[in-house]
Design a protein around this ligand. Structure first.
Ligand SMILES: Nc1nc2c(ncn2[C@@H]2O[C@H](COP(=O)(O)OP(=O)(O)OP(=O)(O)O)[C@@H](O)[C@H]2O)c(=O)[nH]1
Ligand SMILES: [Mg+2]
Length: 214
């Protein structure tokens, strides 16, 4: 649940997924594409050969009409199997998750294992996975052997989460994914936090503020 202190509210958002599916690339593009009131540098913590060893963090924020400062801390986990302890630590207290799957047909098993580990780790850190805001992004749609969108949609038709198809490498689908997550997070917590009633923030204003849209 969003952390509240003084006159600010912080949402923790996490990009999870198998190794090299494009989580860090999503954050790099978000950093380029978004222009909210507050935008920090993208911190990439410890990398080796471009692979995340610890996590990446992008801080974003804006002020609500009431004066409340709304902050986002957007993290990626390291996808390599060895770093499960770090993934758990990064997931802890998350308000929402983007699962970044790799559309490459050869990555189907890795996607499945990573999705399972995400749900297991959520339970381990005390997150209610069934009710947690989640968006599933199929990245790398540009690959010649990518599983076609129609096939993925059919396979996921019973799942309750929004699906977004992306080519993070060129920015396609990156903002749409983040927007879908913001909407899910807003719907999940707005009432409890009195965002509309006390702070003058409806869903559209929340999304516009976070993305930096006029
Ligand atoms: N073809 C293609 N390559 C991509 C795309 N997005 C990312 N990549 C490439 O995939 C590789 C891995 O991307 P990263 O963003 O570092 O992946 P990651 O999920 O952060 O990887 P870990 O930190 O190891 O978990 C890089 O070479 C990216 O340039 C995409 O949409 N299409
Ligand atoms: Mg990474």
């Amino acid at each position: 649940m969003a952390e509240q202190e003084n006159n600010s509210l912080t949402f923790k958002l996490v990009y999870y997924g198998p190794a090299q599916s494009g989580k860090t690339t999503n954050l790099l593009r978000l950093h380029d594409q978004l222009s909210p009131e507050l935008k920090g540098e993208l911190m990439t913590m410890e990398t080796k050969d471009d692979r995340t060893l610890f996590f990446d963090l992008l801080p974003l924020g804006f002020r609500a009409p009431s004066g409340l400062l709304i902050k986002f801390r957007v993290f990626t986990v390291p996808g390599q199997v060895a770093h499960d302890g770090t993934r758990k630590a990064v997931l802890s207290r998350a308000d929402g998750i983007v699962f970044v799957a790799d559309s490459d047909r050869a990555q189907e098993t890795n996607n499945g294992e990573s999705f399972q580990s995400m749900s297991d780790n959520c339970h381990r850190v005390g997150l209610d996975f069934a009710n947690l805001p989640l968006v599933v992004q199929f990245n790398k749609c540009d690959l010649p052997n990518a599983v076609p969108e129609a096939e993925i949609r059919e396979r996921w038709s019973a799942a309750p989460w929004p699906l977004v198809f992306a080519v993070a490498l060129n920015g396609q689908g990156v903002e749409a994914t983040f927007e879908a997550l913001l909407r899910a997070v807003f719907r999940h917590q707005a009432e409890r936090l009195a965002l509309a009633t006390t702070h003058g923030l409806d869903e559209e204003a929340f999304v516009a503020g976070a993305l930096g849209r006029p």
